[in-house]
Design a protein around this ligand. Sequence first.
Ligand code: FPP
Length: 259
Amino acid sequence: MTLRAASEAAVPDRTVAPAVAPRVPVHVGVIMDGNGRWATSRKLPRVEGHRRGVEALRRCVRAAREIGIRFLTIYSFSSENWSRPPGEVTELMRLLKLFLRHDLAELNSAHVRVKVIGERQGLAPDIRALLDDAEALTCGNGGLTLVVAFNYGSRQEIAAAVSRIAADVAAGRLKPQDVDVEMISQRLETAGIPDPDLIVRTSGEQRLSNFLLWQAAYSEFVFLPIYWPDFDKAALLSAIDEYARRDRRFGGVTARPGP
Ligand code: FPP
């Protein structure tokens, strides 16, 4: 497979269908699913699947850098994940702290910029501090942007954006007719980040689960039949290979010659 480095391509204008589908997605979103089933199928506790999931996450970030992906968004803890058993929630919090403490220096020296999306209020102070520090340390980096969706829910994100717009309208700072798609995009936490070209979900489940609902309007979806702890560079390349064969029309007509 020949892949064109995304770094060769400018971040595309999402409102215009590209003449030729880019071969390497600029922005990949990943729903890291199947940790629990991976563990259960091996008669291990579910949290062991999450621990192995962190190793898969490291492989994923390394592979994304090597392939030339510019933005990688990982769904690491959803707004709804608080409903899991307390011990599992505690372990997921511990793993996030471990990942940030252990990997941040290496990510920084690899020029990775870390950006966090999700509700930070209500998180433990030490976790908030780690998330803030990771962003502050890496904000000047020009390599891969690793977007960590933590305590993130897309409906909540959209509701918060709409609420801020409504407040501006009520205060007379905005007129209702000023509200458009671009304004809503700019009020989301992902403002300034191009929409995901490709969303990959492992474990065989085929749903978005409150991940980047607005931003995924024209994303391509690839559902991999492997559990997240088994994810590696070959899996990412297979998803990109499938993406590269898709005909992205953005609601228009085909950009490719017929068969
Ligand atoms: C879904 O698997 C995975 C999660 C809810 C959490 C993802 C977390 C990691 C990959 C490791 C932790 C990394 C960080 C940075 C916190 P599942 O438990 O829903 O699997 P199942 O559907 O088989 O039960």
